[in-house]
Design a protein around this ligand. Structure first.
Ligand code: E4P
Length: 214
């Protein structure tokens, strides 16, 4: 399973990248707003740090505007993947992008039937938001299972990118289900690293090491 980092904060990206945990990056308008920096500047800097797919979100809502935005974002760097919301004009835009060789990440997916439509339109990635489903008392990870089942049955090329990950169990379940990608906030990546028995083991080894004669 590929690890993308879900942030627009370049310091977080550098930190995770230095640990070898970054195969790609996903951003969204809220994450970019948190940085307080201009969108294009942030995206360009991310492209310099990470050599992998970088999702940059289109913020238009009509087909013509979305497509113009997709073309402009894709021209920033060959690693850019254009994030497009799962609405009718978005699917139309995904189809045209696929015909033009522009990679897309269809975002804000909350049902398996939406994911089926995205795959039929030619999406490179589908982003089901598991945490936001959990937030409204739906089992977010059940959706991942349903999408993987459908995509496997029909041999779609669209990759399942598990998004809105909030805790280590989301990552564990995504990996066990065979999701292609998990996009993970730095906080959760660090939670995955830590284990109390590792810390306790290091402490004991350090103490015993002091007893070893020099
Ligand atoms: C990723 O592509 C999404 O934008 C992100 O995972 C959303 O996460 P959130 O639901 O925690 O905002």
């Amino acid at each position: 399973m590929l690890f993308f980092i879900d942030t627009a904060d370049v310091e977080e990206i550098r930190q995770a990248n230095d640990m070898g945990l970054v195969d790609g990056v996903t951003t969204n308008p809220s994450l970019v707003a948190k940085t307080g920096r201009p969108f294009k500047e942030v995206i360009q800097e991310i492209c310099e740090i990470v050599d992998g797919p970088i999702s940059a979100e289109a913020v238009s809502l009509t087909y013509d505007e979305m497509l113009a935005e997709a073309r402009s974002l894709a021209s920033i760097h060959p690693n850019i993947v254009v994030k497009i919301p799962l609405v009718p004009d978005g699917l139309r835009c995904v189809r045209t992008c696929a015909q033009e060789g522009i990679r897309t990440n269809v975002t804000l997916c909350f049902s398996a039937t939406q994911a089926l439509l995205a795959a039929k339109a030619g999406a490179t990635y589908i982003s089901p938001f598991v945490g936001r489903l959990d937030d409204i008392s739906h089992q977010g990870m059940d959706l991942i299972g349903e999408i993987l089942e459908i995509y496997t049955a029909y041999d779609f090329d669209t990759q399942v990118l598990v998004a809105s990950i909030r805790n280590p169990l989301h990552v564990l379940e995504a990996a066990r289900m065979g999701a292609h990608v998990a996009t993970i906030p730095l906080k959760v990546m660090l939670q995955l690293v830590r284990h109390p028995l590792t810390d306790r083991g290091i402490e004991a080894f350090m103490k015993d090491w002091e007893k070893v004669p020099s």
